[in-house]
Design a protein around this ligand. Structure first.
Ligand code: WT7
Length: 650
């Protein structure tokens, strides 16, 4: 950034205000700020009304049972998520409306499903799953690319009451294996491959490798996305998706699920090496995601809505599949990369389908900025009405570019803060009400209470940086961590009183009550919007025979937000070299997946440590940012700091 740019940026911080255009305000689903007061004072009624937007077999006896830190929402209510996402729209006369538009990476490949076609596909797959022995409560693991079968599969599971556990398709075999084993999953749905940047990625080989390390998987369903002829299926274990579904009945009675039955499991990185299995339930989750999707994107019946996330992450679960489909919205899915075949692919898709609402990540926006505005300028983007951002703080410069170049200066930007654990957006503008400040996620969703605490649990004054906390339960909050109930309490509800949710983010509230989230305060990195545990990367490094000790820290990056930097102490007798550095990067990539590859490996003879031997990652982080190391007097080996600084500066 030039001095002038950083000057502009700091001048803008918290200053510029964008009010919703009058015209937008008038037609918005919610435009009365009274909603905040109403929801705050009538919290349970507010959510009960939003739950009424869904179809229930049986209504609840109680909206919220809060026994901190355990919440139950819509107690004893009965519903089915797939019925709500699909069938009811058909019954309400929207059977011919497009539900799902899929765009493959190869330019000419597309598929579209109306709500009634989607209902048929979901039912057929659900019957196929049953035929293979999937029962209510069985966890089905998905390891799939962005193809329609993934969305259909989630809904098929929901239809029969089998929780799904989706593992991001870019994860490595060992990450997949770990998640299959932890969930004790007997069923895996995967594919022969997919397209990425014009190349075929052989997914099947990864799945096979993962399966070698598990004993619980009994059935594997293979979607033939590519139609390779070199895949060898195992008799009795493997079945091809097409063969499984082709003769299935289109009738499949949805299971009547309890509001608190698990809808899915989603693994996410935590501070320790072991991923956390976040448990989401049915009634509250669907209420929360559909309501926020409707309000935050100001959903209209003729919307073409596109969220560019992968369904392998929570954003895809909540805002490609469940939220939009529960609202009867046409949702678009894209298989491939933003620069394939050319750097205007996103804008071409928006023009082709007249996309009205776009939800993407700051890292993508920064990449587009770098490529230049000539790519979006080639296309008519005037169909766009609301632009969303999620995954990390959006810097004001990227915000303004998004607003002007993509939104033509007319679309409100909704910068939505939330987490895998929260299931739905918690801090977000409402586009017909909120005056926006570029870079701020603005205010808690109506009714929610959020605050900034210091370490002792005092609520901080305006503009003081501290820890973000949520002070009220919300319908789509995680209920527990799978098989780790104590870790649930420890991680989220033990920093302060047991009814205060500790988000793990640093933030401040400005003098106008706007929230500014800075980022994770724990050893979790946010690389291009993906959450990565430094501990996981460190254990992957020490798993290599040349490595004696390792520390991983995040370094600021213009496009990705942060990139991992690995510090490595070698075993004696091993020598540092560029080859070894690439070998170590590849090694971490193999264990975690390509997104976990360190951007650089720095060989060092020692690491800054306290007298008790704890690695001071904080110091490494500062050096990577080019800042002063601060107080090093408590270190056992302060002299190493200078040595590392020289290495970093080189
Ligand atoms: C972490 C959650 C659920 C969204 C996808 C990532 C960061 C997310 C924002 C935002 C600032 C954000 C936080 C959060 N984050 N959205 N709008 N502004 N930071 O889900 O992998 O569970 O990561 O992403 O640090 O804790 P996730």
């Amino acid at each position: 950034m030039t001095e002038e740019e950083s000057h502009i940026e700091s001048r803008m911080e918290g200053k510029d205000i964008y009010s919703p255009p009058e015209e937008f305000k008038e037609q918005a689903n919610v435009n009365d700020p009274e909603i905040y007061k109403y929801a705050e004072e009538n919290y349970e009624e507010f959510w009960a009304d939003l739950a009424e937007r869904l179809d229930w077999y049986e209504k609840w006896d109680e909206v919220l049972k809060w026994d901190p830190p355990h919440a139950e929402w819509f107690v004893n209510g009965k519903l089915n998520a797939a019925y709500n996402c699909v069938d009811r729209h058909v019954e309400n006369g929207k059977g011919d409306k497009k539900a799902l538009i899929w765009e493959g990476e190869p330019m000419d490949e597309t598929k579209e499903y109306t709500f009634s076609e989607l209902k048929d596909e979901v039912s057929k797959f659900a019957n196929g799953l049953k035929e293979l022995g999937v029962k209510k409560g069985d966890i089905v693991t998905f390891y799939l690319p962005m193809i329609p079968e993934l969305a259909i599969g989630l809904l098929a599971c929901a239809r029969i009451g089998a929780p799904h556990s989706v593992v991001f398709g870019g994860f490595s075999p060992s990450a997949l294996k770990e998640r299959i084993n932890d969930a004790e999953s007997k069923f895996l749905v995967t594919a022969d491959g997919y397209y990425r940047r014009g190349k075929v990625i052989n997914m099947w080989e990864n799945a096979e490798e993962a399966l070698e390390g598990t004993s619980n998987v009994e059935k594997v369903i293979a979607v033939e996305r590519i139609g390779r002829d070199d895949v060898e299926y195992e008799e009795g274990r493997d079945v091809v998706y097409e063969d499984l579904v082709k003769d299935q009945s289109k009738e499949c009675e949805p299971e009547k699920m309890d509001a608190e039955d698990m809808l899915f499991l989603m693994y996410t990185s935590g501070t320790t090496g072991k991923p956390k299995g976040v448990v989401h339930t049915t009634g509250g989750y669907l209420t929360g995601t559909s309501a926020t999707h409707n309000y935050v994107f100001d959903i209209k019946d003729d919307d073409i809505y596109w969220c560019t996330a992968d369904i392998g992450w929570i954003t895809g679960h909540s805002y490609i599949v469940y939220g939009p489909l529960a609202n009867g919205t046409t949702t678009l899915m894209y298989e491939g990369a933003p620069d394939t075949p050319t750097k205007d692919r996103f804008w071409q898709i928006i023009e082709k389908y007249d996309v009205t609402k776009l939800y993407t990540a700051p890292t993508a926006i920064r990449l587009f900025m770098k490529w230049g505005r000539e790519y979006p300028d080639k296309h008519d983007l005037s169909s766009l009405k609301v632009l969303g951002s999620v995954g990390e703080p959006i810097n004001p410069k990227a915000w303004k570019w998004y607003h002007e170049v993509i939104g033509g200066g007319e679309c409100p930007i909704v910068d939505t803060w939330w987490q895998t654990e929260t299931g739905m957006m918690l801090i977000t503008p409402l586009p017909g009400i909120t005056d926006l400040k570029p870079g701020s996620a603005t205010h808690p969703f109506p009714g929610l209470k959020a605050d900034i605490y210091d370490a002792a649990g005092n609520s901080l004054e305006a503009n003081q940086g501290g820890y973000l906390v949520i002070k009220r339960p919300w319908p789509s909050m995680l209920r527990t961590l799978y098989k780790e109930p104590e870790r649930y309490v420890e991680t989220y509800w033990s920093e302060y009183e047991n009814d205060i949710y500790f988000a793990g983010d640093g933030a401040r509230i400005d003098e106008d009550g706007y929230f500014w989230v800075v980022g994770r305060i724990d050893d979790v990195l946010n690389v291009a919007g993906h959450r990565l545990s430094t501990m996981e990367m460190e254990s992957a490094l020490v798993d290599h025979e040349a490595v004696a000790e390792a520390a991983v820290v995040g370094k600021p990056d213009e496009v990705k937000g942060q990139v991992p930097i690995a510090y490595v102490i070698l075993e004696s007798g091993r020598e540092a070299s560029d080859e070894l550095a690439s070998e170590l990067r590849a090694h971490v990539g193999n264990i975690i997946g390509p997104i976990g590859k360190p951007a650089a490996v720095r060989f060092t003879r020692d690491l800054p440590k306290t007298r008790s031997g704890k690695i001071m990652r904080r110091i490494l982080k500062k050096l990577e940012k080019g800042e002063s190391a601060g107080d090093t007097s408590t270190l056992r080996n302060p002299d190493i700091v200078e040595e590392i600084r020289e290495m970093v500066e080189e």
